[in-house]
Design a protein around this ligand. Structure first.
Ligand code: ADP
Length: 515
């Protein structure tokens, strides 16, 4: 019976009078004592009253609760401690429906604190089945109630917080994926899923396609992982983060998933990316036009002028001169277009796309040296080959591309060296690579230019090299080819003394010899 220090001197006992109740009808006194000592060791408060509401038994916890000694209580009416209306209420209930009756009470203590108790009242019957009294068992549930209140308050605060997070929904779910909390403005959208989330299993209240993506991630969170996943719903781009909720011992007790509508953010990112790309394309195009227009316009204007003059030239020698000039410029244009085409196709090539085959690098150099050496002869320049003797460096390479590398370097050495100056081509075979050096004693390159000469369209002296070289693509092509083959190219140069261009290429690994 709920009892607290509210002493009410009302002795109207609203119960039928009857014989005195006997609590325990066991013969052996020792058994009674044993039983009583067990009851006294309980933290629950236990009391019994007879039909007249007179205490027939109280345990130690009950006496501590009421602050009365056991002997002060036994034989006294319960109404000296418990309010009349309280007793009437539960007695009426018990008699109408004789089952254990649970009720909870809150007491304001003199120090202002609150105490919560839960009581279970039960009728006691004699062997003939007549009720002879009531047994009350109570326990102090203050800690539980306060903890629950704190949890409810925390949950309310959490709900309030989530409700104010724009474009967000939060779900807390258990190991069965059943939702315990579903909150957030995202759930109130006109097109949102109008479902009852709380109390239901999450995969069953979301569309199957969404459930398929979500379920493994929700389970991963219950296994302690943090997961991010994305899906599209009603044209909205949703980003979900699932995380475990752990208790103090680190055990995962729930999963939490936070869903955010990131459509706007995605759109902004996409727009920013698109405009960056557009800007990049525009500046690439502008750069390309700037870099090539001069190289295109110069030969074209020479062609146009000479065609015009050709019509007005009477002597055959003059005509041939003009035709030669036109021919030269057409070749220059053709070369530029070929180089541009080659550069763009090399840009699109990956190392794996190369048409590789085993080839003898020395043979390749010899065949380049034999062909196309007219320009060198014209300039009285000798080509000295110093190929590492007694070795056969086998490369696994695209032959036509390596021919271009060797040709380009020899051609540059020829172009930027004076008449009669020798050009040396030297190789050295190392355990896993071969080096090719193209050495000239020409004009050399100023240190300022050295870091840029492999850049596309870079010319050391744009005005001077107009009639030599090309559009500044030769070395860029060399570098791209060498890189695609897993090699390196570098230069060492002293103005007025000459340059050494070195290409380092990996030798074909043994296991690819028959590949
Ligand atoms: P291009 O295709 O116009 O010849 P490259 O890319 O081959 O252009 O060369 C870029 C620049 O590097 C050239 O304009 C030239 O000034 C310089 N260069 C290249 N090779 C040599 C060399 N052997 N000696 C001196 N300068 C060189």
């Amino acid at each position: 019976m709920a009892g607290r220090p509210t002493r009410i001197e009302d002795h109207n006992i609203p119960v039928r009078s009857s014989e005195p109740a006997s609590i325990i009808t066991v013969s052996a006194q020792s058994q009674i004592q044993q039983l009583e000592s067990i009851l006294d060791s309980l933290s629950e408060f236990v009391c019994r009253v007879d039909q007249n509401g007179i205490y027939t038994y109280v345990n130690a916890a009950y006496s501590r609760l009421t602050k009365f000694k056991r002997e002060e209580l036994l034989g006294q009416p319960i109404l000296s401690l418990v309010r009349d209306d309280e007793v009437r209420a539960f007695l009426g209930d018990l008699l109408a429906n004789p089952r254990p009756l649970k009720h909870k009470h809150m007491y304001e203590m003199p120090d202002g604190s609150r105490q919560f108790e839960e009581w279970t009242e039960e009728l006691i019957y004699d062997p003939a089945g007549n009720w002879i009294g009531i047994q009350s068992v109570g326990r102090d549930i203050t800690d539980e109630v306060l903890a629950e209140e704190a949890q409810q308050q925390a949950e309310a605060n959490y709900r309030l917080l989530v409700r104010n997070l724009p474009d967000t929904a939060v779900f807390i779910y258990d190991h069965d994926l059943r939702v315990h909390l579903a909150e957030g403005p995202l759930l109130n959208r006109p097109n949102a899923l109008r479902r009852q989330f709380e109390g239901n299993r999450l995969p069953e209240v979301i569309p199957p396609a969404m459930a398929e993506i979500a379920e493994p991630n929700l389970r991963a969170a219950l296994a302690g992982e943090h997961r991010n996943f994305e899906f599209i719903f009603e044209n909205a781009y949703l980003l979900a983060s699932a995380a475990p909720i752990q208790d103090e011992s680190g055990q995962v007790i729930r999963g939490l998933v936070l869903v955010q509508d990131v459509t706007e953010r995605k759109k902004m990112e996409r727009d920013a990316l698109r405009s960056a790309l557009e800007h990049e394309t525009a500046s690439l195009l502008a750069g390309f036009i700037r870099d090539t227009s001069h190289d295109l316009r110069t030969p074209l204007s020479i062609i146009v002028t000479n065609t015009y003059l050709l019509r007005r030239t009477s002597t055959e020698i003059k005509q041939i001169e003009r035709l030669d000039l036109i021919d030269q410029q057409v070749k220059r244009l053709e070369r530029l277009i070929n180089e541009l085409h080659l550069m763009s196709s090399l840009d699109a090539t990956e190392s794996n796309d190369l048409n590789r085959q085993p080839l003898d690098f020395h043979q390749l150099i010899l065949s380049v040296a034999k062909t196309n050496n007219n320009p060198l002869i014209e300039k009285n320049q000798s080509l000295v080959l110093d190929l590492d003797p007694d070795t056969t460096p086998i490369l696994y390479a695209d032959e036509s591309q390596l021919v271009l590398v060797v040709m380009n370097l020899i051609e540059n050495a020829h172009l930027y060296s004076a008449e009669g100056m020798p050009i040396e081509v030297r190789t050295q075979t190392h355990p896993d690579c071969v080096t090719l050096e193209v050495i000239d004693q020409g004009e050399g390159i100023e240190a300022d230019h050295l870091p840029h000469i492999f850049d596309r369209f870079y010319k050391v002296d744009a005005a001077r090299s107009t009639n030599r070289g090309g559009a500044g693509l030769g070395l860029a092509i060399v570098r791209r080819i060498v890189t695609l083959h897993g090699g390196k190219v570098y230069v060492d140069s002293r103005p007025g003394h000459g340059s050494i261009f070195t290409v380092e290429l990996p030798l074909k690994p043994i296991n690819q010899m028959h590949g």
